[in-house]
Design a binder for this molecule. Structure first.
Ligand code: UT7
Length: 323
């Protein structure tokens, strides 16, 4: 698999830590020192498919291919505009990718990584030739804006990547899930509501619609699982941690990223960070960061990069790709 191009798009509204201190009991010092986040972009109306379509058009332009050459669109999101149609199909219509098969994938913050692995499987089987992968979220619609422990962390945005089949490039992946720990990060539930359910409930949104997170549990999980799966993927590829030019990690907390660098024994410069600007955009963090590094020239001389994601499910994984 070879990466042909990338793009990203975020809504125009910047929300600072000081802005949040006006709606919940928090302050810039706490948020910056505990998370590394200074600002995030929040949509005032654009949905996931709007953000994703703009990121997708930029990725097609970067890849120098037309929308009709795309034979699959995979959208990783846990905040779709609708269940029907799926968001990949809405994006297909928006960008005119008339020859694409379209579906969404939900693996929370690991979503983009799982979509990348899915794309690789379709390409290696010969079922597809060129795939558009998107990670896009409007987390602001499921964030509980009265919960200071979680609302300060998240942002909205979209990142896209165009990949094509190429036998000459190495690709290795490791991934996993642990449903027994799903309760540490939840949200988006809706009630079963039909003529057989004896409930006077009229609101289909349950208490569990808004995001709830046991931050410390997720933190502990991330700092152990991420280095573990990165080491496994390195072993599969017969490479060492030093052979990798950049580790593009899910952007949740700068302390998680520093801890992973330490555990891998590599310089923190190999683990770039942009969560100070965007916050945690879940499935969109990895493709947004990749696009920034590609466009600012950081990846110009890079040979191997590792993507690693982790989050709700619980889910995790690492994929090593040769550029
Ligand atoms: O994408 C994957 C999903 N998410 C993650 O990866 C997040 C992983 N977890 C984390 O990043 C961190 O656990 C958090 C940033 C969420 C929290 O940091 P922490 O160092 O684990 O803080 P804490 O939850 O232990 O809270 C420490 C204190 C508490 O006060 P007391 O009990 O010590 O008096 C909290 O009530 O900080 C308080 N606190 C806040 N204070 C000001 C919690 N949130 C805030 C806030 N502003 N926004």
């Amino acid at each position: 698999m070879k990466i042909l191009g990338s793009g990203h798009y975020v809504p125009k509204n910047i929300v600072t830590n000081d802005d949040l201190s006006k709606i919940v009991d928090t302050n810039d010092e706490w948020i910056s020192s505990r998370t590394g986040i200074s600002t995030r972009y929040i949509s005032s109306g654009e949905g996931v498919s709007d953000l994703a379509s703009k990121a997708a058009l930029l990725a097609l332009e970067d890849a120098n291919i037309s929308a009709s050459e795309i034979d699959m669109i995979l959208v990783a999101t846990m905040t779709p505009d609708s269940m029907l149609p799926n968001n990949a199909s809405i994006i297909q219509k928006n960008i005119g990718a008339i020859n694409a098969t379209c579906f969404d994938i939900n693996a929370a913050c690991s979503g983009f990584l799982f979509a990348l692995n899915t794309a690789h499987a379709y390409l290696s089987s010969g079922m597809c030739k060129t795939i558009l992968i998107i990670g896009a979220e409007t987390l602001s619609k499921i964030v509980d804006w009265t919960d200071r422990s979680s609302c300060v962390l998240f942002g909205d945005g979209a990142g896209a990547m165009v990949v094509t089949a190429d036998d000459s490039k190495s690709f290795y992946s490791v991934s996993g899930s642990d449903g027994s720990k799903g309760h540490v990060l939840t949200g988006g539930s809706t009630l079963l509501k039909n003529m057989l359910v004896n409930k006077e409930e009229t609101n289909i949104l349950t208490d569990n619609y808004y995001m709830h997170m046991d931050g410390q549990e997720v933190f502990k999980f991330a700092v152990t699982k991420v280095p573990e799966c990165i080491n496994k993927v390195l072993e599969k590829a017969s490479l060492t941690a030093d052979d990798i030019d950049y580790y593009i990690l899910h952007q949740a907390n700068v302390r998680i990223i520093s801890s992973v660098a330490k555990r891998l024994g590599v310089s923190p410069e190999k683990l770039p960070v942009n969560l100070n600007k965007y916050g945690n955009t879940s499935a969109a963090t990895i493709p947004i960061l990749f696009d920034e590094l590609r466009k600012d020239g950081t990846l110009d001389n890079a040979k191997y990069i590792v993507f690693s994601g982790f989050g709700g499910g619980l889910t995790w994984g690492a994929s090593l790709i040769e550029l």
